[in-house]
Design a protein around this ligand. Structure first.
Ligand SMILES: O=C[C@H](O)COP(=O)(O)O
Length: 262
C-alpha cells in the first residue's frame, strides 16, 4: 500500500515537471506610459518562455516592435466588435491588426463591473475577434458573495456558456481562459491552492463538456514572485494572468523563471 502511494507520488511529480512551461501574462491595466514601458523592457532584459503583455493602447502602439523583437506576445486590454463607425473612444480590430497584435484580452472583471460589459457584449467581441483569426484570452471570475454562498460554480458556468456560445471546433485553439476570482484581484491575497485546484478542475470539466477539448487555463488574482511556484504546481493551472507584479520587471522576471519547465 505504502509502495503504491509512493509510485503515485512519483508519477504525479514527474508529470508535473514534464508539463510545458506555464504561460506568464501581464495585464498592465491603466499603467505604464511609453517611457515607463520602455524602461520596463530594458530592465526585464531578454525573455524566453511563453510571455504575454497587455499594455494600454498608447504604449502598445509605440512599443509593438519592441515586444515583437523580444518574442513577447502582446495585445490590447479591450476593443470594439465593430470594424469602424461613430463609437467615440473605441478601438477596432483592423486598428489592432495593424499593430501586429496576436492575443486580445476580453471580459476582464474591471470591464464587466466599471463599464457594465455584459456577457452578450463579450460574446460579440469574442465572435468578432475569432472571425478575424485573433486569439483571445477570456477572463471569468466570481465575486466574494458568490464564492461564500457556494454560487461560484453556477456563476462561472454561466459566463463560460454565454461568452463562448456557438464556439466552433476550429476556433478552440484560439481560446485561452483566465480564471480570476474578483475577491483576489489586487488584494495581495490569492485564492488558496485548494480553491484554485477545485475551481480549475471544475472549469476544465465544463469546457470539456462544452467542446470535447482541453483549454489553456490561467489563474489570476494576487500572483507574485513568492506564490507563483506554489500556484503553478496546482493541477489544471497552465499559467498566470498578473496585474500588480507585472509592473515590476524584477518580479515579473522571477515569475517567468519559475514558470519555465523545458
Ligand atoms: O488581470 C490581472 C488581474 O486582475 C490580477 O491583478 P493582480 O495580480 O494585481 O491581483
Amino acid at each position: 500500500m505504502e509502495q503504491k502511494n509512493l509510485n503515485q507520488i512519483i508519477r504525479e511529480t514527474v508529470a508535473r515537471y514534464m508539463r510545458h512551461s506555464l504561460i506568464v501574462a501581464g495585464n498592465w491595466k491603466m499603467n505604464m506610459t511609453v517611457r515607463e514601458g520602455m524602461e520596463f523592457l530594458e530592465k526585464l532584459g531578454p525573455v524566453d518562455g511563453k510571455v504575454m503583455i497587455f499594455p494600454p493602447y498608447t504604449t502598445l502602439a509605440v512599443l509593438a516592435g519592441e515586444f515583437r523583437r523580444r518574442g513577447i506576445t502582446y495585445g490590447p486590454q479591450n476593443f470594439h466588435y465593430k470594424d469602424s463607425g461613430a463609437y467615440t473612444g473605441e478601438i477596432s480590430l483592423p486598428m489592432i491588426r495593424e499593430l501586429g497584435c496576436d492575443c486580445l484580452l476580453v471580459g476582464h472583471s474591471e470591464r464587466r463591473s466599471y463599464y457594465n460589459e455584459t456577457d452578450e457584449e463579450i460574446h460579440k467581441k469574442i465572435q468578432a475577434a475569432l472571425s478575424e483569426n485573433f486569439s483571445v484570452m477570456l477572463c471569468i471570475g466570481e465575486n466574494l458573495d458568490e464564492r461564500k454562498s457556494g454560487q461560484w460554480k453556477k456563476v462561472l458556468r454561466k459566463q463560460l456558456l454565454e461568452d463562448l456560445e456557438g464556439l466552433s471546433r476550429d476556433k478552440i485553439p484560439y481560446i485561452q481562459i483566465a480564471y480570476e476570482p474578483i475577491w483576489a484581484i489586487g488584494t495581495g491575497v490569492s485564492a488558496s491552492t485548494e480553491e484554485i485546484t477545485e475551481t480549475h478542475r471544475y472549469l476544465k470539466t465544463v469546457f470539456q463538456e462544452l467542446t470535447g477539448s482541453d483549454i489553456p487555463l490561467l489563474y489570476g488574482g494576487s500572483v507574485n514572485e513568492k506564490n507563483a511556484a506554489e500556484i503553478g504546481s496546482c493541477p489544471g493551472v497552465d499559467g498566470f494572468l498578473i496585474g500588480g507584479a507585472s509592473l515590476k520587471p524584477d518580479k515579473f522576471r522571477k515569475i517567468i523563471e519559475i514558470s519555465k519547465r523545458e
